[in-house]
Design a protein around this ligand. Structure first.
Ligand code: DQA
Length: 146
């Protein structure tokens, strides 16, 4: 079993970016934590980040055949991108939508997600810990689905 964690725009700046909202944990810290968690769960892990919508689309396409599920923190593209939604629908891989912050407690424009309707589930508001929760949730989903 292999799971891809894909991060969208501005998440490369985690640690210094609005720490009051997103915390002090860097994306490298999160990746290390996820690699430990994946090892403990007995699954392979891919981990990526891009600031570019088309690159994220390409990475979702490339995931087909390599991964069994995708955990996607699409950042701001969550609220704007039909292309990312279509990419996920096209590869037919189960996807968990993830956000560090509780998007529903923030600005109105963050309350809308193009991804939620095609997600297995959504995790938001638990900060960096959400990544570990999402990994557990995906492994559990794949066990019952497959
Ligand atoms: C985010 C929430 C989005 O609204 C925002 O644009 C981000 C990060 C989160 O992880 O909380 O870039 O996805």
């Amino acid at each position: 079993t292999a799971i891809l964690i894909l991060n969208g725009p501005n998440l490369n700046l985690l640690g210094t970016r609005q720490p009051d909202v997103y915390g002090h944990t860097t994306l490298a810290d999160i990746e290390a934590m996820c690699r430990n968690k994946a090892k403990a769960l007995g699954v392979e892990l891919g981990f990526g980040q891009s600031n570019h919508e088309g690159t994220l689309v390409d990475e979702i396409h490339a995931a087909r055949g390599l991964y069994n599920g995708i955990i996607l923190n699409a950042g701001a593209y969550t609220h704007t991108s039909v292309a990312l939604r279509d990419a996920i629908s096209s590869v037919e891989l189960p996807m968990i939508e993830l956000h560090l912050s509780n998007v529903h407690a923030r600005e109105e424009f963050r309350h809308t997600s193009f991804l939620s309707a095609i997600a297995v589930g959504v995790i938001c508001g638990f900060g960096a810990k959400g990544y570990g929760l999402a990994l557990e949730a995906m492994v559990g989903h794949l066990e019952t689905a497959g």
